[in-house]
Design a protein around this ligand. Structure first.
Ligand SMILES: Nc1ncnc2c1ncn2[C@@H]1O[C@H](COP(=O)(O)OP(=O)(O)OP(=O)(O)O)[C@@H](O)[C@H]1O
Length: 962
């Protein structure tokens, strides 16, 4: 029993989560990068932290100083430093200068200062003496920055020695280090001078003169948290890996039309989004957990002192926000290759806005609250603020950090606090929902790959929520002004079979009594792709409306295969897209097993009973054949218990059992097509669309797939499009050939061949060279009697010839003559040297070419399209595209008073358009051709000057003549 409703949505959800898990597991590299990038970035923060702390080691500004130490215990130096250690002193330098050298007492004091300098006696080469302070000034002026200071001694009398100190007191910093000149130089110099003066005055060289210097007890005046400051950018970088992978996965499914294929086969939108969300949220949870654990492993105060749950929630909620933000951004992107560029741009923007956030905007009371509201919508900003708060709360090892109980309080380091961690949680939860809802909204209103979207206010339709009528779609960009759509010109079919089919459908439509054997009834289906005017920045891009399908009426029977043939661009795929709900129909309707494609509920029912093999392969490179089939079987609602058996059977049917566990990425083109066919047939759909299913298959595999399709006809209707006439001939119960959006003919293969083929093809094979008595000699001349025989009796010349065979195309009109003609030919086989005679109807390919030619001719006549025909005689004429017999202007002569004509041979080029393949020899225009009634050619004025225009001769006039 196939599942429905909520049960089916649940089953689809589980299957998609499994698919996401498998794809993630198979893409190990990106998964490892996504999960373990945090280790790398936290290690970088660790290095930054170590380097910065190393530099600040000597300073107490970054520490809480509770019990300051005195200089005697070594924290503050009282030794005169070597001049080289002073900032900005140039070498050669002097440790100090002194004046008063005329006094021997002063000289001995200075000697004592130098000898007794704690820890480092000062050599005499590092000290300069002068007679007076003025001499010192002169030297300082002449040698700037070569000495940090000077002592000036004056011996007043035996008990009084005066001294003065001169220092360079400019405070300087170098590479971030600050030098206090008072503590570094002036105080040690002063202490040394006073100590030695005192010793000199009391005459005791061992007199103890100890001065202790002690700083204030103080809290850290400067704070530094490597995590708090570098963290926002680094953690944003971690989140960007997941962000880019997420966008890339979603856009890949969109770009490869995998999502469209799943939707056609009945995938619920809710199951799709929830499956992505569940799986990615799980990865996000692991990533957030690992980030916090790695942070704790590196012993950051940020991670040790803030509560684990507080930290985890900040990281988890931020990464969840980035996830739904990625969902939203992905709706605007159509190429997976753009994911990295978009990710990089978002990272740069995030980095800049985080920088601004770290500098205080807008989370302080100087800014209005609406600034904060707008700023907080972008997840990296809120996250940066949270990391700043948590960093400030742990900027010294003694800070307690933020515990769960204090998430609603500000830390004492935030005097103008306007936001707490609790508020940030609330914001992150709100923005998570904002981005998720916007993702689903934009996904619905931005046109998909087929240009289809919902209206901007689709959610106001109650049917959207109840599942009854909310899937109505529109076309064109939301910002484009739709051009007006001209109606399709109503023309009755010119072909009798197409007209008859239309009548049958119209009758049953009026009576509303559809034959139970009819699977699909197409009622005047029209499809016009609307013209749009896209207003760009500098120019408007206009496209005009295009009538791709112009009123199609047809009944498709159960247990039958209906084949749609037609040149490229004929409208075949458009018909399939309309019937599968990929694109909305413009006019008419189609009833599939009683459900109208125009109704939302009808379409929902139709989706459950169709299988589609689109022109492209709907495969994930990372999934195996079994996984693909199991996924689509689940989407279609097959019970779990049956899936394994059904998948096994399906694989055996398409001969992929050996490759069941091989990933589709390594399949050949033919294997991929076979798997796509198997997907279309899984779940026993009642209607199957096969759009060019055997493209790229080798002849053996193709024949095998034909067998599968033939078997699949039982119990269902199949619509096939193909460019292989052989395939159409073998598989089809009925064939319709489309061209320029219209059915040109419809019927069985035999019917089409007999109606549109040129008639019969006769292949005459000649026996090898022989000299049997009574047999004509074996050279090319033996073909001549046969050629003559055909020309005299049937009026036909060989279409192809070679030494051993002749091929003749015999027009249908000659059918009454054929029995007696071939009877006679058989009787004269020996005389003509014939070994074999084969007679068959013309091929479907010929029918196809004739129809395509006719359609081209019609449209060329309507549009006046002319092409150049280069005649073998050397002249060129213009002829309407698709025309068969053309009269050459200016060839009238005495010998040929009516002029000459040629038959033009056409073939279809790669794009399905007709082009000239050659022409017959120039022959006189027969007498019965009415030269005054030849169709006129339009747009002659636009022709290149001097190029004559050939005139069209109706084939009937030529055939009548023959
Ligand atoms: N979304 C679209 N917007 C505008 N025109 C479109 C759109 N899709 C198809 N067409 C046009 O409609 C015409 C029919 O296209 P369709 O794909 O149905 O042809 P087809 O018969 O399937 O061709 P093929 O054999 O190449 O698959 C083409 O001219 C095509 O350019």
């Amino acid at each position: 029993m196939v599942r429905r409703g909520v049960g089916l949505a649940g089953q689809q959800y589980a299957a998609l989560v499994r698919k996401n898990a498998t794809v993630t597991w198979r893409q190990k590299q990106s998964t490892v990068v996504q999960l373990l990038s945090s280790l790398f970035f936290i290690f970088l923060i660790f290095c930054i932290d170590k380097a910065v702390r190393q530099r600040f080691e000597a300073s107490t500004a970054y520490k809480n100083v509770r019990e300051p130490l005195t200089s005697s215990s070594g924290t503050m130096a009282t030794s005169i430093p070597p001049c080289e250690r002073k900032f900005f002193v140039k070498t050669p330098c002097y440790d100090f200068l002194w004046s008063g050298d005329s006094s021997p007492r002063v000289a001995s004091i200075v000697q004592a200062i130098m000898a007794n300098n704690p820890g480092r006696p000062i050599p005499s080469s590092k000290v300069l003496s002068f007679p007076t302070p003025a001499d010192v000034d002169d030297w300082l002026l002449a040698n700037p920055m070569h000495c940090p200071g000077a002592l000036h001694f004056t011996v007043k009398n035996a008990t009084v020695i005066a001294y003065g100190i001169q220092t360079n007191s400019t405070a300087v910093s170098r590479r971030g280090d600050y030098e206090d000149p008072t503590f570094k130089f002036q105080i040690p110099l002063q202490l040394a001078a006073e100590r030695e003066i005192a010793r000199s005055l009391i005459g005791d060289p061992n007199f103890v003169w100890n001065v202790g210097i002690k700083e204030f007890a103080h809290p850290a005046t400067e704070t530094f948290s490597a995590v708090g400051q570098a963290g926002p950018t680094f953690f944003l970088a971690i989140a960007m890996f997941g962000f880019v992978f997420q966008i890339s996965s979603l856009v890949t499914e969109k770009e490869l039309k995998l999502r469209q294929a799943m939707s056609i086969m009945g995938l619920y939108e809710s199951a799709y989004w929830l499956s992505w969300f569940t799986w990615e949220a799980m990865l996000t949870l692991i990533s957030a957990l690992l980030t916090v654990l790695f942070g704790m492993m590196f012993q950051f105060d940020f991670f040790k002192n803030n509560s684990f749950i507080v930290l985890f929630l900040v990281f988890f909620l931020f990464q969840l926000n980035m996830l739904t933000f990625a969902f939203m951004i992905s709706t605007f992107i159509s190429k997976a290759s753009s994911a990295t560029t978009v990710g990089f741009s978002i990272f740069i923007i995030g980095f800049l806005t985080q920088l601004v956030t770290t500098f205080g905007f807008p989370y302080s009371d100087t800014y209005k609250s609406y600034f904060r509201a707008i700023w907080s919508l972008f997840p990296p900003n809120l996250f940066a603020k949270a990391v700043n708060i948590l960093g400030d709360a742990t900027s010294t090892p003694e800070d307690p950090g933020v515990s769960w109980g204090r998430i609603n309080q500000c830390t004492y380091r935030e005097p103008d606090c306007v936001i707490t961690i609790e508020t940030i949680y609330k914001w992150l939860i709100t923005t998570f929902f904002v981005w998720f809802i916007l993702a689903i909204y934009f996904d619905n209103i931005i046109p998909n790959a087929n240009g289809v979207r919902k209206s901007a206010f689709y959610f106001l339709n109650p049917g959207y929520w109840t599942g009854r009528g909310g899937t109505k779609v529109r076309e064109g960009s939301i910002c484009s002004c739709m051009g007006s759509t001209p109606p399709v010109e109503e023309t009755s079919p010119t072909d009798e079979d197409v007209l008859a089919e239309e009548m049958v459908v119209k009758q049953t439509k009026e009576g509303d009594d559809i034959d139970p054997n009819v699977a699909v009834q197409v009622r005047g289906l029209t499809k016009t792709y609307p013209g749009t005017v896209n207003v760009g920045c500098c120019k408007c891009k206009r496209t005009s409306p295009y009538h791709a399908v112009k009123g199609t009426w047809v009944n498709l029977a159960k247990d039958q295969l209906f084949c749609l043939l037609g040149p490229n661009g004929a409208g075949k795929t458009t018909v399939i897209n309309c019937l599968t709900g990929i694109t909305p129909i413009t006019g008419g309707d189609a009833i599939i097993y009683g459900n109208s494609v125009r109704s939302s509920i009808g379409m929902a029912n139709i989706r459950r009973m169709i299988g589609v093999c689109p022109q492209f392969d709907i495969l994930w490179d990372a999934l195996t054949a079994v996984e693909h089939l199991a996924l689509f079987a689940s989407i279609k609602g097959l019970p779990h218990t049956e899936i394994k058996a059904v998948v096994g059977k399906s694989l055996a049917e398409v001969k992929l059992t050996q490759a069941a566990h091989v990933r589709a990425g390594s399949f050949s083109g033919g294997m991929k097509r076979r798997l796509s066919v198997a997907i279309a047939l899984i779940g026993d759909p009642k209607l199957v669309f096969l759009d060019e299913p055997t493209t790229g298959m080798d002849p053996i595999t193709r024949r095998h797939v034909w067998d599968i399709i033939e078997d699949a006809k039982k119990g269902r209707a199949i619509v096939l499009t193909t460019h292989s006439m052989e395939e159409a001939d073998i598989l089809s119960d009925r064939i319709a050939i489309m061209a320029k959006g219209k059915f040109r003919c419809i019927g069985t293969s035999i019917r089409l061949k007999s109606r549109f083929g040129t008639g019969y093809i006769a292949n005459i094979n000649f026996s090898a060279a022989t000299s049997l008595p009574g047999v004509v000699s074996s050279d090319d001349s033996r073909l001549e009697p046969v050629k003559r025989f055909f020309y005299q009796r049937l009026g036909v010349k060989p279409k192809e010839e070679n030494k051993s065979f002749l091929t003749f195309v015999i027009p249908r009109e000659k059918e009454p003559l054929l029995t007696s003609f071939f009877g006679e030919l058989q009787d004269r086989e020996r005389e003509f040297g014939i070994s074999d005679i084969q007679l068959g109807l013309t091929t479907l390919e010929e029918v196809f070419l004739n129809i395509a030619k006719q359609a081209e001719l019609e449209s060329s006549a309507a549009e006046g399209t002319l092409v150049t025909l280069n005649l073998t005689s050397g002249t060129s004429i213009q002829v309407p595209k698709g025309v068969r017999f053309v009269g050459i202007p200016g060839t009238e002569s005495e010998e040929n008073p009516r002029g000459l004509m040629v038959e033009v041979f056409w073939e279809a080029d790669d794009a399905g358009s007709l082009c000239i393949a050659g022409h017959s020899p120039e022959t006189p225009i027969p007498a019965n051709v009415d030269l005054n009634r030849t169709p006129s050619l339009s747009r002659r004025a636009s022709l290149p000057r001097g190029t004559p225009v050939g005139f069209v001769i109706e084939p009937s006039q030529i055939q009548n003549q023959s």
